[in-house]
Design a protein around this ligand. Structure first.
Ligand SMILES: Nc1ncnc2c1ncn2[C@@H]1O[C@H](COP(=O)(O)OP(=O)(O)OP(=O)(O)O)[C@@H](O)[C@H]1O
Length: 325
């Protein structure tokens, strides 16, 4: 549902419901639905029986290593490629219909700036190709480009160019925006500016699906994270849920020169490492591990912390590697 802060939101809701009824579709339909979708290239299953639903208004991150299947998933979603088997739907219909109607905006990895035109000219040109675009000034403001409107697009920095691509993807006033690694190669500041723009768009009630390698970005900017590996979903949920799914906590303490062979035998401990005099134990049963350490009087500078999202990601993908082998 789209909301304009200057308007009564219930008026929007009423309009939306009327539109939904008029279009003969349920008002609660998903923004994105993959149903057992598979895509194979030669012997590689880039997308392998994918079942994924993104609700309207959600911001979802697709997280995965190189080759996990993120770009192929996005290509299927945008109708740039067809699944071999299974189904992909956007906003209750086919991807190509949603794209043609301007209901989906996309920012893909490739694409070079057009020479000589200004930011305003380019975004205006793209706006004219959509049936119900947003005002160009609004798209420029959302993308943080108001002050750069008169600048030539081939004379912008990497971060500014990325924001132009963002403006181009949203000027059609889409309900769903799909971003394939939108901040690859941006510095920290440009990345932050980009996410600020994206959040402005999401706050209007729109749906965002983005792929990333950056765990912090997924953690910070998505309502839900979907971890992909070998074209399959390994885990999905909030970062807290993923940490829980990966299992466990970290227990660390000072060895004070003591032996290390027994660490792996402690209750709950699945792995451990020793750096200098500090032992770090990964455990599924932190209470049991701590009790056993206390019995051995090995609790010097003891700390129990939840695992980081990074640890959870590594652990989830490592488990999958073991299963694949
Ligand atoms: N057109 C293609 N022809 C052959 N193999 C392909 C093609 N597109 C993707 N693949 C393979 O499918 C798998 C998934 O690739 P995909 O690009 O979807 O992964 P990704 O998660 O987006 O990776 P990255 O993070 O490196 O962009 C990889 O093994 C890749 O080599």
């Amino acid at each position: 549902m789209k909301t304009d802060p200057t308007k009564d939101p219930t008026a929007d809701l009423a309009t939306d419901l009327t539109a939904d009824l008029a279009a003969d579709r349920p008002s609660g339909e998903a923004a994105v639905a993959f149903r057992a979708a598979t895509k194979t290239f030669g012997t590689v299953r880039a997308v392998d029986g994918l079942d994924l639903t993104v609700r309207r208004g959600e911001t979802v991150a697709l997280l995965g290593r190189n080759g996990a299947g993120k770009s192929t998933t996005i290509a299927l979603l945008l109708g740039l490629d067809e699944p071999d088997t299974g189904r992909v739907e956007i906003l209750g219909g086919s991807p190509s219909r949603a794209v043609a109607a301007g209901r989906v905006g996309a920012m893909l990895q490739e694409g070079r700036p057009v020479p000589r035109v200004t930011v305003h000219e380019l975004v205006s040109f793209v706006a004219r190709t959509y049936p119900a675009p947003m005002p160009v000034a609004e798209a420029l403001a959302l993308a943080g480009l108001t002050d750069l409107a008169g600048r030539r697009v081939d004379r912008l920095s990497g971060g500014q160019t990325q924001r132009v691509r963002f403006a181009v993807s949203l000027v059609g006033n889409p309900e769903l925006i799909v971003l394939d690694e939108p901040t690859a190669a941006l510095d920290v500041e440009a990345r932050q500016e980009f996410w600020d723009s994206m959040r402005g768009y999401a706050r209007r009630g729109n749906t965002v699906l983005f792929s990333t390698h950056y765990l912090e970005e997924a953690d910070e900017h998505a309502d839900r994270i979907v971890v992909l590996d070998s074209g399959r979903i390994l885990a999905a949920g909030t970062s807290e849920e993923l940490k829980r799914a990966a299992g466990g906590s970290l227990v660390s303490f000072d060895l004070a020169g003591g032996p290390t062979e027994w660490l792996g035998l402690l209750p709950g401990v699945s792995s451990y490492e020793v750096r200098g005099d500090r032992a770090r134990l990964r455990t599924d049963d932190s209470d049991g591990t701590v009790r056993a350490l206390a019995e051995r009087d090995a609790i010097r500078s003891l700390e129990v912390t939840p695992i980081s999202l990074n640890d959870a990601f590594l652990s989830l993908t490592a488990k999958n590697l073991e299963q694949v082998r």
